[in-house]
Design a protein around this ligand. Sequence first.
Ligand code: ARG
Length: 580
Amino acid sequence: MTWYRILAAETLAPLVGKSVAAVQEELVRPPKSEMGDIGFPCFQLAKERKSPPAGIARELAERLALPPAFTQAKAVGPYINFFLEPVRLAAETAGAALADPAHWGKSNAGAGKTVVVEYSSPNIAKPLGVHHIRSTMLGAALARLYRARGWKVEEINYLGDWGTTFGQLMVAYKRKEAETPDQPVDVHSLLQLYLRYHAEAEEDGNLADEARAWFKRLEDGDPEAKRLWSIFRDESVQALQRLYARLNVHFPEEGYRGEAFFNNRMDATIGHLRAKGLLWESEGAQVVDLDAWGMPPCIILKSDGATIYATRDLASAEYRHQTYRFDKSLYVVANQQELHFRQLFKTLELMGYEWAGKCEHVKFGMLAFGPGVFGESAATGSTRKGRVVFLEDVLDRAVEKAQALIAENARTDEVRMSVGRLAEQVGVGAVVFSEFTQRRTKDVSFTWEKALNLHGDSGPYLQYTHARLSSMLRRWGGVPNAGAPWELLAGPAIREIFLKLAEYDDVLAGAEKENEPSLVATYLLELSAQFNRLYTDKENHRFLSADELKTSAHMALAEAIRLTLAGGLELLGLAAPEAM
Ligand code: ARG
C-alpha cells in the first residue's frame, strides 16, 4: 500500500469515524493531477449525516490537521482531495529506490507463507512446441513475483513423462536399431522416431499393439523398457534445460517430479478414495460421481484397471501438500484443462482435504500466430505430421531478426561489438514479452511487427528504454544520490513520473493477488512512455544540462526509473541491456 494512501487515511479516520483500513479502501485517484493526488469521496458520510456531500467535504477540509507530507487538502465537489508535497513525494519514491535498490517495490507481505507454482509441464520425448512458452513464462514470472512479495516458492515442472508415447518410441527405436545399431539418442532423433512411428503405423495396423505391449512392459518394470525410458527422459530433460536457460527459467532438481514419479503412489490415493466411499463402478471403470456439481464423473481407474491423468494428479496434489504444507498451490495450465481442474479440486474436497480450497487453476488463453509468421504451419499443428512449430526455432528466428534490427540502429562501437549477445537478449525478450501483452486468459496474437517494435508496446521497447537510461547515466558519469536536490525538479510531467513510481509496489501486490504478471508489463510500458515523452521533449526539458545540481537531481530520477525497469524486466524474465 502506497505510503501516502496510508497517511491520508490516518489523517481522515478520526474525523469520519472509520478505521484507517476502511478509509484506505475508499480512497481514489482524482482523474487529473491538478485536482489532487488522492481523494476521499463523501457520499457515504452524506447519506449517514443526511446532508449534501460537498458541504461535508468542505467541513472536513477545514477541520483536518494536515501532516507535512501534504501541502493542501481541499474540497473538490463531493471529494476531499490531498496534494502531496513534491520533495516528500520524490524522497519516498525515487529516493527510496536509490537508498535500497535491492528492496525497491518488494515486500514481505508473504513472509511465512509457501506457494507451490506448477508450470511448463510439457509432455516430453519430443521438442518443446512454441505454445509451451505460455505456461513457462507465466509460471516463472509468478514464481519470481511471489518471491519478491516475501513468499517461499516451490517451483514444479510436472512433466508428462509417462504414457503410450513411450511405447511408440520404443517400437520405432527397436526398428531403427535393427538397421543401424548403436545409434545415439538426442531430442531431435526422438522426434524422428516419433514421426517414423506414426508414418509406419498408418500402413501397419499391428504397430499400435506393439507399442501398447512395450508400454505394458514399461509398466511391469521390464529392464530393457525401463532403460530406454530413462534414456528418452534424460535426453528430453537436458534439451528442456538448455531451452529454459535461454528463457531465464530454472527449476530445482527435485522440481522435475512428473507423472512417472507418482506411478507407485497410486495405491494410497485409491485407498483414500475408497475409504471415503467415493469410488463407484461405471461401465467397468471406477469413477468419482460429480453429477451433483454439474460435472462428468472423474475417472480414477479405467476398465482394464489402469490409472489415468486424473489419478496421478490426485496423488501428486496429496504429495505436494504433504511435502510443502502450502498456503497456495497454483497450476499454470491452459484454459482447455479447466474442467479437469474443477473435477480435480472437487474430488480433493470430497476426500476431506481442507486444503483443496487453496488449489487454483491459473489458466491462460492460446498463442495464435498471425498469417505468415511461420509459413502455413500453425502453432497448434500436430507433432505427428511434423507440423508443430518448435519453440527453439521461434527463438532462433527472433534472434536473427533482432540482430538485423540492432545492427541497423547501432550508433556506438560498444553496441556493434556486442550485437550477438544483445540479439539473444532482445530476440528472446521479444517473444517472452508477448506473453504479457494481454490478460492471461485472453489469446495472444503474435506478429513479428508487434513483438519487435522498438517504439511500440514490446519487450524490445522496454529494453531500449532501459539502455537509453543507462547510456545517459554513463554519459553523466556521476553517482546518483538518494538525497538529491529534489526541489529542483518541477513540472507536471515530472510529478506524474514520481506518482507512477509511487504505484510500483501496489502494482506488484495487484499482480500477485490476481496472478496476473501482465499488470507489471502494462505498468512498465506506461512508465517508459512517460519517461520517453519527457526525454524527447528536448526543447522544454533537458536531463543533462550545464546546471550541475539540477542535472544531479535529474540523474537520480533517471536511475530510479532505470532500477524500476530493470526490476520489472527481471520479474518477467527479460534481460535489461546497458546499451542498445
Ligand atoms: N502435461 C500436460 C499437457 O501437456 C499438462 C500438465 C498440467 N498439470 C497438471 N498437474 N495436470 O497437457
